[in-house]
Design a protein around this ligand. Structure first.
Ligand code: C6P
Length: 412
C-alpha cells in the first residue's frame, strides 16, 4: 500500500524526523498510537536540548557572564516563540510551568484563592481530565465555592443547551478542555467563552490535546487562561505553559515563593517581580523551554492544514474499521474529533486489549485516562484509546485494525 502521500502531505518525510519510530517492539515494527499521552520528539528538539547542554548551559537571569546571557536569551526567546504560537500574545502573558497540571493549579491557587468567596460557582464539564477537576475541588473546599458540571451526551458531545442554566451571577469561572483526552471531542470553546463572558465569568481553556492538532489563537478565542504541556506538543516533559490575560496576571498574587520571583527581599517584607517572573519561583526548566521552542519551530515548518487533513483521514479510516470489528463499541462518536478513537470490547477489559496489542507492537493506552467522571458517565471502567499524530500512517491504521481483530480472536 502506498502510504506516502494522503492529499499533499508527505508523511514519510515527517516520520523520518522521529528516530524513535524506527524500531521493533515485541518483534513487530512499532505502531505508536499513544500520542495523546505523550508525543514523540523530532531530531530538531533532541538536538536543541543536547546542543544547549553542550554549549550554552548556565543558570538564567542572574549571571553576568556569556553562558548565563546565552541561556537567558534562549529561555526568553522560547517564551517569545510560544507567544507568537498562541496567536501573538504578549511575552509577559506566557508563564513557564511544569505542564498543564501545574498551569491549572497555578490559576486555582493564585486567582482562585484571591477571588473565590463562599457560594461562588465554578463550571466544569463532565469530560474534564482530573487536572481540570481536582485543583478546582481543592480551591472550592478552601474558599467555600461550588462546582457545577456541564453534562456530556451519549455521543460524547458537550450538552451546550444545558450551559445557560449553569451560568449565573455567582459564576466566576468556566474551565473546559478544548479537546477531550478520552474521546477526542473538539469542544466549541469560542461559543462557551462568549456565553461565560456574557455572564461575567472568566474562562480557562485546557489546551493539552488541542495545540498539537490545530492552530490556536487565544486572542481570537478570547480565552482568559490557556494551558498546555510541552510533551504533548513534540517537546520535552516537565515544561508547560500558562497563558493569562495581562490584566488578570497583574492582579494575581504569587503562588510559590523563592528566587527569581522577587524584586527585593528583606525580613521587613518582600516585593515581587513583574509578570511573568512573579509566577516562576526557582530555577526554571531551561532546557525544557528551549526544547519546547524548538518543537514549535519544527511544527510551524510543517503544513499544518495538510497535517490536520491527513490526521482526519486516518481517524475516519480508524472509526470505520472499528465499526466492522464484532464486539467493539466506540465511546465518543462525535464527528468533530481530533486524533482520538476510544472504544470498549464486550469480551475483555481494556487492559487485556492493550496487552494483546502491545504483543503485536502496537502501543495504545487502556484505562480511565484520568477522566474517571467521564468513564462513570458511560458506565465503563475505562476504554482502549488509539491516539494519532501527524507522523502516523494509513498502513499503521491497517496494522492496528488487524492487531485488534487478532486480539478479539483471543478474547472471544
Ligand atoms: N493527559 C493522557 O494520556 P500533564 O500531565 O500536566 O502534562 O497534562 C495533564 C492533562 C491535562 N488535560 C488534558 C486534556 C490532558 O490530556 C492531560 C494529560 C494524558 O490523556 C495523561 S493522563
Amino acid at each position: 500500500m502506498n502510504t506516502r502521500v494522503i492529499g499533499q502531505f508527505d508523511v514519510e518525510a515527517v516520520r523520518a524526523a522521529f528516530p524513535i519510530l524506527r524500531q521493533e517492539v515485541n518483534g513487530h515494527p512499532l505502531v505508536y498510537f499513544d500520542n495523546a499521552a505523550s508525543m514523540q520528539k523530532p531530531e530538531a528538539v533532541i538536538e536543541a536540548v543536547a546542543g544547549y547542554y553542550r554549549r550554552d548551559h548556565s543558570n538564567v537571569h542572574r549571571g553576568a557572564h556569556a553562558l548565563a546571557n546565552r541561556a537567558t536569551e534562549a529561555l526568553e526567546g522560547a517564551r517569545e516563540r510560544v507567544a507568537a504560537f498562541l496567536g501573538g500574545v504578549a511575552r509577559e502573558e506566557v508563564l513557564w510551568t511544569r505542564g498543564t497540571t501545574e498551569s491549572i493549579n497555578l490559576v486555582a491557587n493564585s486567582w482562585g484563592r484571591a477571588n473565590l468567596r463562599p457560594g461562588d460557582e465554578i463550571v466544569l464539564t463532565a469530560m474534564e481530565h482530573h487536572a481540570n477537576i481536582v485543583p478546582w475541588q481543592m480551591v472550592a473546599e478552601a474558599t467555600g465555592a461550588r462546582i457545577l458540571v456541564l453534562p456530556v451526551t451519549e455521543a460524547g458531545t458537550l450538552d451546550l443547551d444545558a450551559l445557560p442554566a449553569l451560568l449565573g451571577e455567582r459564576t466566576r469561572l468556566v474551565a473546559v478542555a478544548q479537546v477531550s483526552n478520552a474521546l477526542g471531542t473538539v469542544n466549541p470553546v469560542a461559543d462557551i467563552i462568549r456565553l461565560a463572558h456574557a455572564a461575567g465569568a472568566l474562562v480557562l481553556v485546557d489546551g493539552a490535546q488541542a495545540v498539537n492538532h490545530f492552530a490556536v489563537d487565544v486572542r481570537a478565542l478570547d480565552a482568559d487562561f490557556y494551558a498546555f504541556s510541552g510533551h504533548k506538543l513534540f517537546g520535552p516533559t516537565g515544561i508547560g505553559v500558562l497563558y493569562g490575560r495581562r490584566a488578570l496576571l497583574d492582579a494575581m498574587p504569587p503562588w510559590q515563593g523563592g528566587g527569581e520571583m522577587i524584586e527585593r527581599v528583606s525580613f521587613a517584607g518582600t516585593t515581587y517581580a513583574e509578570v511573568p517572573w512573579r509566577f516562576e519561583a526557582g530555577t526554571p526548566h531551561i532546557a525544557g523551554a528551549i526544547g519546547l521552542g524548538a518543537a514549535i519551530e519544527w511544527l510551524q515548518e510543517q503544513d499544518r492544514e495538510a497535517a490536520a487533513a491527513h490526521e482526519r483521514a486516518l481517524l475516519e479510516r480508524l472509526d470505520a474499521g472499528l465499526e466492522t470489528i464484532a464486539g467493539v463499541r466506540r465511546i465518543g462518536t462525535d464527528p468533530a474529533r481530533a486524533g482520538i478513537a476510544s472504544f470498549v470490547v464486550e469480551s475483555g477489559h481494556p487492559t487485556d486489549v492493550g496487552l494483546l496489542l502491545d504483543q503485536q507492537g502496537v502501543a495504545v493506552r487502556a484505562g480511565h485516562h484520568c477522566a474517571m467522571p467521564l468513564m462513570e458517565r458511560f458506565g465503563v471502567p475505562g476504554t482502549v484509546r488509539a491516539s494519532l499524530a501527524l507522523y502516523n500512517t494509513a498502513a499503521e491504521v491497517e496494522r492496528f485494525l488487524q492487531a485488534l481483530d487478532k486480539a478479539m480472536g483471543f478474547l472471544r
